[in-house]
Design a protein around this ligand. Structure first.
Ligand code: NAD
Length: 334
């Protein structure tokens, strides 16, 4: 039975109740207008009990990974949101689509383009929509950077700097089998996204250099840090950095007649921006609430999502090219 306050909203089930679901998505779903937290998928009975209490989730909307496919029979779940380690995205997106649900998948969409193709195909076949958790497409400072770059507000963009790194990373994120790589997969992807969204263009080629490891025993099979460049049409060069041992958070556009910069550029809140013409003044928003509401509205009104599976696939294609460039020391065309 849907409560009065959730009537008319689409029901979302979160798959994987880790840090992002617990600290960002579930609280955001208390602020959404067009969707709400209807169900959970977890293998932990402790989490199931705690979430049931905290978010008033009925028993019949609580699943584990084994009985997940029976979500097909649950009419109060419209959207399944995959918030699992990267290597598990493909399996759960495909299972969600086959269960007849619309799907949101966290970034990076998958480890390979082939996986992305199978995910897109499964959603198409099921006639369900697929979206990627690119929250910054709903964040006003980043939207303004898109406008400045694409509308050539300070003239043509000449150079971009994008950096995203963090420290103290542990667990599945430094296990190549589950993460697909190191910081490039996890946070460097924001730089790839940003360069694409501020230019509205696709990179032609990449070059990449791994930074020397300061902790080789910890970063055994993934890079600890990576510097790379992307060439865009019109001679635009993007210089990017990512790291699991250094905090970095910057997006800067240099154009013919001025510049614009976000620092920090990518966090959940506290984004700050300035340009050669003055400070950027925009409100802080709940990015995840806006992202999920936009997807719910896209489904309700049958319009495309601005953060599609195809967009996620293109980022994965670029990430793979960056790794190839890192491994070969060669310029890799995309
Ligand atoms: P997390 O480690 O906190 O949670 C992972 C969840 O997956 C846990 O509930 C864990 O129990 C479950 N899980 C199931 N099988 C597992 C396995 N074999 N190994 C490890 N965990 C397993 O991770 P997180 O930070 O919540 O990240 C989850 C996904 O969300 C990732 O794809 C990540 O890139 C993405 N993410 C996106 C953002 C964003 O801003 N869009 C932020 C954080 C994370």
């Amino acid at each position: 039975m849907v409560s009065e306050k959730n009537r008319g909203k689409l029901g979302i089930a979160l798959v994987g109740l880790g840090a992002y679901s617990e600290n960002q998505l579930a609280p955001a779903l208390l602020q959404t207008k067009h969707c709400y937290l209807a169900g959970i998928v977890t293998r932990s009975s402790e989490k199931a009990a705690r979430w049931k209490r905290e978010y008033d989730i009925p028993d019949e909307n609580i699943y584990d990974y084994d009985n997940f496919d029976s979500i097909r029979d649950n009419r109060s779940i419209d959207i399944v949101y995959i918030v699992l380690p990267n290597a598990m995205h493909e399996e759960y997106v495909v299972r969600a689509a086959q269960a007849g649900k619309h799907v949101i998948c966290e970034k990076p969409m998958a480890l390979t383009v082939e996986q992305c193709d199978r995910m897109i195909a499964a959603c198409k076949e099921a006639r369900k929509m697929l979206s990627i958790g690119y929250r910054l497409h709903f964040e006003p400072h980043n939207l303004e950077m898109m406008r400045i770059g694409r509308e050539e507000v300070c003239g043509k963009v000449v150079r971009i700097k994008a950096e995203h790194g963090m420290s103290d990373t542990q667990g599945w994120r430094i296990d190549k089998a589950l993460a697909g790589g190191g910081p490039l997969m996890d946070v460097g992807i924001y730089c790839v996204q940003a360069c694409r969204y501020v230019t509205g263009l696709e990179p032609i080629a990449v070059e990449a250099t791994e930074t020397p490891k300061t902790k080789p025993e910890k970063f055994r099979d993934v890079e600890e840090g990576l510097n790379w460049t992307m060439e865009f049409p019109g001679g635009i060069i993007a210089e990017c950095r990512t790291s699991y041992s250094e905090k970095q958070n910057l997006l800067r556009i240099e154009a013919e007649n001025g510049w614009a910069e976000l620092s920090p550029a990518f966090p959940y809140s506290g984004i700050k921006g300035k340009t050669s013409g003055g400070d950027l003044k925009f409100p802080q928003v709940n990015q995840q609430a806006l992202q999920m509401d936009d997807f719910a509205l896209a489904i309700k009104t049958s319009r495309p999502t601005p953060v599609s599976g195809e967009m996620g696939r293109q980022d994965v294609k670029i990430l793979q090219a960056i790794y190839r460039a890192m491994e070969t020391g060669q310029r890799v065309e995309i």
